[in-house]
Design a protein around this ligand. Structure first.
Ligand SMILES: Cc1cc2nc3c(=O)[nH]c(=O)nc-3n(C[C@H](O)[C@H](O)[C@H](O)COP(=O)(O)OP(=O)(O)OC[C@H]3O[C@@H](n4cnc5c(N)ncnc54)[C@H](O)[C@@H]3O)c2cc1C
Length: 477
């Protein structure tokens, strides 16, 4: 059974002792204890189970997308018994039918540190009921769902009995601009009738996926493009939906979860399944994305830590010494290791900063920090995994290490939940708004310098200095 003991003779202290100093005062004792128990559970139980889970899925596509290996349920039971369940559920958002708070009770910053640990294993998020897209979907249902919707979908999701998918992206439009989403939702009596197509519907392959959260257009002529969309809950067995195929990610099928390409043909959904009401889709999507993006980012920090472990392990491997020297004694490798440490630590702080702002204000106020994390962390992950792959030579791109699949997963992070460019555009716009003020400030500082130079009688020298700078001269004045 997992405990919070550190690995014997390990130079690595337990997770609770590695919390960045800056955020230490924001992490409570309960969260610290959970971090240590979670770390041992992930390191000792989940990581060793990852390849076993994949082997149990089988080889052919049909088998892989209908599998539900027993090891998942065994690990779920262990996670529950250790109190490692629904860790993501933020304080005050999840209540039972009697209004009792049933959230795990952790803040975004506390769960962020836990998400980092979860990101080291492929199956750890699912076995602790903290996997995307279920987490975001549960937040939608908890925040905006009716009592009936919550009883039907939220309860079994929180219990880990079913899974869910979020269907926004479409094959025929540029979906990074969500105003383009065009799946038709037309009212017919007590029903909405859905026609169109979705793809990249992550989770739709899982036999336990029972509900799709579908975004579509209910009011295509509304002059406000942010009021045209709505979100409706579609039971996965509703007639008229066809899963045409499962998409691969750099050749990986991500089974049984997968990424579906789904056609909707006259799919009739009862109006009571609409969330919040027609025209409120954007509001829901915005509310869903903030915390979800930092969960992804923190898991990516964990994946980068794991890649660095592989890198330093290979660099220390006495069996493999190119040119008679351990890899770590080659300067270029040591420098990559040092840069990895530096960038991972910086990435963690960027995500922590977003999490703290969400905790202290809200996701809307933390847009800048969330965008920074969303762009910076996948870049760091990509570089560290790439260096680790390089250090392993041929083994790095093979099935003998998890690095190739980590690279594939990490690369997609630059696309999902909005591609890099959108976030950079937003960050660039915000910076550019300060441009005129910066221009005025620099001008005023120059003018003050001139006044000071005149007052101290060095106007003449000041001009010469400027002239020399322009010419790049090193001549002494
Ligand atoms: C593994 C994976 C899982 C996913 N899971 C889900 C899911 O569960 N549910 C779901 O709905 N979707 C999911 N997606 C879809 C993902 O969110 C979209 O792929 C993403 O939002 C981009 O949309 P798009 O593919 O339509 O690209 P487009 O909107 O066509 O954009 C293409 C490219 O254009 C560029 N671009 C876009 N805007 C700008 C700009 N303003 N300036 C400059 N360049 C720009 C970017 O480089 C962008 O990558 C998933 C995708 C992947 C790869």
């Amino acid at each position: 059974m997992a405990s919070n003991r550190p690995i014997k003779d390990s130079p690595i202290p337990p997770a609770s002792e590695r919390i960045p100093t800056l955020i230490l005062p924001l992490v409570g004792d309960k969260a610290k204890r959970t971090l240590d128990v979670l770390e041992r559970f992930v390191e000792d139980e989940c990581i060793p189970s990852d390849p076993v889970f994949d082997s149990l899925l089988g080889r052919n596509t049909i088998e892989r997308f209908s599998a539900h290996p027993k090891i998942i349920e065994d690990l779920k039971s262990k996670a529950k018994s250790l109190g490692l369940w629904n860790l993501f559920a933020p304080k005050g958002h999840f209540h039972d039918a009697h209004g009792k708070d049933i959230s795990a009770g952790y803040s975004n910053i506390e769960y962020g540190l836990m998400a980092e640990i979860l990101g080291k294993s492929a199956i750890a998020p699912e076995v602790t009921n903290c996997a995307a897209p279920d987490t975001g979907n549960m937040e939608v249902l908890a925040k905006y769902g009716t009592a009936e919707q919550q009883a039907r979908w939220l309860k079994p999701l929180l219990d880990g009995k079913i899974r869910s998918a979020f269907l926004m992206t479409e094959p025929d439009v540029a979906s990074s601009d969500a105003t383009n989403i065009g799946l038709q939702m037309t009212r017919d009596g007590d029903y909405w009738v859905l026609n169109g197509a979705k793809w990249w519907s992550s989770g739709a392959g899982d036999p336990r996926c029972e509900v799709y959260l579908v975004v579509g257009k209910t009011d295509p002529h509304n002059p406000d493009p942010y009021r045209q969309q709505s979100l409706i809950l579609v039971p996965a067995d509703t007639p008229g939906m066809t899963v045409d195929r499962m998409l691969s990610v750099f050749g990986y099928d991500d089974a049984p979860h997968g990424h579906g390409h789904i056609t909707f043909e006259n799919v009739r959904v009862h109006a009571s399944n609409m969330v919040l009401g027609p025209g409120r889709g954007f509001e829901i999507m915005q509310g869903r994305l903030g915390p979800g993006r930092i969960h992804h980012a923190m898991r990516s920090v964990g994946a980068a830590e794991r890649a660095l472990e592989y890198l330093i392990a290979r660099a220390a491997d006495p069996r493999k010494k190119p040119f008679g020297t351990l890899l770590r004694d080659h300067g270029v490798i040591s420098e990559r290791i040092a840069k990895s440490r530096l960038n991972i630590d910086a990435a963690r702080l960027i995500v922590c900063s977003a999490a703290v702002k969400i905790d202290q204000m809200n996701a809307k106020e933390a847009l800048k920090e969330i965008a920074e994390a969303k762009v910076f962390v996948p870049k760091v992950l990509g570089e560290v995994v790439d260096w680790a792959i390089q250090a392993y030579g041929g083994a790095g791109v093979s099935q003998d290490t998890p690095l190739a699949s980590m690279w594939a997963g990490g690369r997609t992070m630059r696309l999902v939940d909005g591609p890099d460019e959108i976030h950079l555009l937003q960050l660039g716009r915000a910076e550019n708004k300060k441009g005129n003020a910066a221009l005025a400030k620099i001008k005023s500082q120059k003018s003050k310098t001139e006044q000071l130079a005149a007052a101290y009688g060095v106007s003449d020298k000041l001009e010469k200095l400027a002239l020399n700078r322009v010419r790049g001269s090193s001549a002494k004045l």
